[in-house]
Design a protein around this ligand. Structure first.
Ligand code: HEM
Length: 431
């Protein structure tokens, strides 16, 4: 979250307060009941907790930008990426990433993802001791899956963890300015690493496909006689923007997915009955019903998605709800709150397997909607499916402890014991 810190903590919503980190939703609810479009002095921003208001802003790139240069602000070079550009500049890099994403068949991605999840669940079943579902399950699985997708070997563990965490923490630099500089440095280091990977990665992963897309996009027709700018690839995407965007893919793919898996597992540990329709607690015969699995995945994304907040800058004065937002003002879209807006979701805090799917904003909406949504969904689905098939019972062995970060919500640790059914036929799954 961006914003100023000189002002006192907000009485309704103090994002980094320990009680809010532990359980933010009562605070989101209170804020929404008070004012759906709320001026938050501590953040120096409007904070939006309603679904309709968040959708309005996400869908209007004319009045609300991701590119803060449109109102005269600077963006550090390490932060210029697909996430911080707006249409039309945004189009070229988004197009390059989408074509790289489509280079691999969905079936082979589903197969590889399922195999990794099954192997990780088998490790859980065989551990024979209490385990931490974050450090021993969600994070190694997300990293392995992401690196397989990119077509590279996983980077050095402790160094990468430090860099990756520094970026997550820096997303809250508006509340704690000391987090900004380590985040900028980490972005630069990871972009350099991914820039090197881009030249060396095998041809059949996402990075190989991105390289091919960069090199094969014919520029002549689009460019006329305009000479290529220094540092600009044949695709028309500057090299820095490409490297930063690929780093964003790595980072989003690792941090968002590992946090989603951890948050979702915490919900399942707290409410084990949720796994029953897909075979949890007893080995499933022939796999979980796909409808029940898809419904559970969508609800866990809505309720436990890791991205709590997204920001835009107002480019031209616009009414949002009952407020007039002025050019230059920042709006913070509380996606986690919007996903529990009772005007859209009845009994918003509970898992409802009969809801209409795909309504939530866990992956954003509009021009900047998440590029990895299908891949992230696949990963959660693969984990639930593997857990359902194995019929494992996960019992809490201590409190679920959350990282002190507000923009991206995720667990630091989730200690559990694992018990397996006595007779355990090995179920086989094909999708
Ligand atoms: C649980 C997992 C994930 C969640 C909850 C998530 C959420 C989001 C959200 C909310 C946005 C919109 C940001 C905005 O509007 O400013 C976004 C954008 C993005 N996500 Fe994800 N994401 C996840 C996983 C992934 C994965 C696995 C990848 C890559 C394979 C990915 C790549 C991206 C990229 C590149 C963007 C920027 C798109 C653009 O600005 O055009 N994400 N994500």
């Amino acid at each position: 979250m961006t914003g100023a810190t000189q002002t006192p903590r907000d009485p309704l919503y103090d994002p980094l307060a320990p009680a809010v980190i532990a359980a933010p939703h009562p605070y989101y609810r209170r804020l929404r009941q008070h004012k759906r479009v709320y001026w938050h002095a501590q953040l120096d921003s409007w904070v939006l907790t309603g679904y309709a208001e968040c959708r309005q802003v996400l869908g209007d790139t004319t009045a609300f930008g991701s590119d803060f240069r449109r109102v005269g602000e600077d963006i550090p070079e390490a932060q210029l990426s697909v996430q911080s550009l707006d249409p039309p500049e945004h189009g070229a890099i988004r197009h390059l990433l989408v074509s790289a994403l489509h280079a691999r068949s969905p079936a082979s991605m589903a197969e590889a993802t399922a195999r990794l999840a099954e192997r990780q669940v088998a490790g859980l079943r065989d551990s024979g001791r209490p385990v931490d579902l974050v450090s021993e399950f969600a994070r190694p699985l997300a990293l392995r899956t992401m690196c397989g997708f990119l077509g590279v070997e996983p980077p050095d563990g402790p160094w990468f963890e430090e860099m990756s965490n520094a970026i997550v923490r820096s997303m809250d630099a508006g509340l704690d300015p000391a987090r900004a500089e380590p985040g900028t440095k980490a972005r630069g280091e990871l972009s350099r690493m991914v820039g090197d990977w881009l030249e060396t990665a095998g041809g059949d992963g996402f990075l190989g496909a991105a390289r091919a897309a960069r090199d094969s996009t014919a520029p002549a027709a689009d460019r006329g006689s305009t000479p290529r700018a220094a540092g600009e690839g044949t695709s028309g995407v500057p090299e820095t923007v490409l490297a930063n965007s690929l780093r964003a893919v790595l980072h989003a793919g690792y941090e968002s997915v590992s946090r989603l898996l951890g948050n979702a597992l915490a919900r399942l540990v707290a409410e084990p009955a949720l796994l029953a329709p897909i075979g949890g607690g007893a080995p499933s015969k022939g796999g979980a019903p796909p409808e029940a699995l898809d419904a559970l995945v969508d609800e866990l994304l809505r309720l436990e998605g890791p991205v709590q907040a997204d920001a835009r800058v107002c480019v031209s004065d616009t009414d949002v709800g009952e407020e007039r937002v002025r050019r230059g003002e920042v709006v913070v879209l509380m996606l986690g709150a919007a996903n529990r807006d009772p005007e859209v979701f009845a009994a918003p805090d509970t898992v409802g397997l009969n809801r209409r799917r795909g309504v939530h904003l866990a992956f954003g909406r509009g021009a900047h909607a998440c590029l990895g949504a299908a891949f992230a969904t696949l990963q959660l689905r693969a984990v639930l499916s593997a857990l359902g098939d194995a019929g494992l019972v996960l019992t809490a062995r201590g409190p679920a402890v959350y990282e002190p970060t507000a923009t991206l919500r995720g667990l630091r640790s989730l200690p559990v014991s694992v018990s397996a059914p006595a007779a355990r036929p090995h179920a086989h799954r094909t999708a």
